[in-house]
Design a protein around this ligand. Structure first.
Ligand code: NAD
Length: 345
């Protein structure tokens, strides 16, 4: 297929681009190159015959119309977004503009393209979203695809709105849409403002490792390469109009995750004292959701998909990748806001 992938210079989008090219698809990577982007993430496919990069903003309707007309994609995988909850607390406007209005603009351009092509039912608009749209769980229960939306941060509210728009374009205009909501990703090329890389890089530098509140918040952790594999599976085999929850089957409290990373570093890069001594509890995030958990039944039973790595295996691979790719993350540490406490309210 010829895939138009938005946000392909970001963390997850670049994993999808790399896997899609490896699987033999053609890829048009559409990215505005915000602070979160890094073209090095797709350097290994930049010269592949099926790969094209389009520096364009999804909020720019003329640019989106041009990109669709120039490339006539068979499917869209929409990952471009403002993605950091803490930044959404400090500056929600950009989240509403890109995640809501950008998705609207992209939907309209996709719809025009699809209608021009004679409304093929093989076309797909695959919208990539988050489990955060479902809100916060107590100690028990899991999100299913039927869980009511209850977003609580500007980020998750903007993603929820974008999900609603995508479903509306499916129902109202017949656009062939499909949605996925996944849990917290981690892995190689993760921008150094998110929890896992912050822990690794602060531990390596011997700096305090900040943990919000008491570190009791629970997340389900999904290795990014598994997520990319799941997305391509949904694109190829998923049922039109349906949504799929994608999880890692790896629930952990933040504090336990941090201890796991410290233990790996104690083994791979020992220092005089355990890395866990650097853990420092800091003021909690305002409105911090307590727990997210994914019921993976639909992915398992309908598509036969399960994650390939455990949290222990995925973290080991991630830590080793950061140890081996210092020039990648050093260059990003100078970007605006990185290394600072954001979203403290
Ligand atoms: P990211 O912040 O690493 O990358 C986002 C990419 O989108 C960047 O390359 C950026 O330049 C691009 N972008 C931003 N605004 C744009 C615009 N207006 N026009 C074109 N490109 C633009 O994000 P990520 O972590 O890779 O997340 C990708 C998608 O997956 C997002 O939609 C996010 O909501 C979703 N998601 C992420 C996670 C996670 O744990 N990271 C979990 C669930 C869902």
């Amino acid at each position: 297929m010829k895939l138009l992938i938005t946000g392909g210079a970001g963390f997850i989008g670049s994993a999808v681009v790399r896997q899609a090219i490896a699987a033999g698809h053609s890829v048009v990577n559409v990215d505005a190159l915000t602070y979160a982007a890094c073209l090095d993430n797709v350097a290994q496919v930049a010269d592949a015959p099926g790969y094209t990069f389009e520096h364009a903003d999804i909020r720019d309707s003329a640019a989106m119309d041009r990109v669709f007309a120039a490339h006539t994609p068979d499917a869209v995988m929409h990952l471009a977004a403002e993605s950091h909850v803490d930044r959404s607390i400090d500056g929600p406007g950009a989240f509403l503009e890109t995640n809501i209005m950008g998705t609207y603009t992209l939907l309209q351009a996709a719809r025009t393209h699809w209608e021009t092509q004679g409304r093929p039912d093989t076309f797909r608009f695959h919208h990539i979203s988050t489990d955060e749209v479902f809100g916060s769980l107590g100690p028990k229960g899991q999100f299913t695809e039927d869980t009511a939306y209850d977003p609580r941060s500007p980020y998750s509210a903007s993603k929820a709105a974008s999900d609603h728009l995508v479903r509306a374009w499916g129902e109202t205009y017949g656009l062939p849409v499909i949605l996925t909501n996944c849990s917290n990703n981690y892995g190689p090329f993760h921008f150094p403002e998110k929890l896992v890389p912050v822990v690794i890089l602060n531990a390596l530098a011997g700096d305090a490792i900040p943990v919000y509140g008491q570190g009791e918040n629970v997340r389900d952790w999904l290795f990014v390469e598994d997520h990319a594999d799941a997305l391509l599976t949904v694109l190829e085999k998923g049922q039109l109009g349906r949504s799929y929850n994608i999880g890692g089957e790896n629930e952990a409290r933040n504090i336990d995750l941090v201890h796991m990373i410290c233990a790996i570093l104690d083994r791979l890069r020992p220092r005089d004292t355990p890395h866990a001594d650097l853990i420092t509890f800091v003021a909690d995030r305002p409105g911090h959701d307590q727990r997210y958990a994914i019921d993976p039944t639909r992915m398992q039973t309908e598509l036969g998909w399960r994650p390939s790595v455990t949290l222990e295996q995925g973290l080991e691979r991630t830590v080793r990748w950061y140890l081996d790719n210092e020039s990648w993350w050093r260059a990003l540490q100078n970007r605006d806001g990185v290394g600072k406490r954001l979203g403290a309210g």
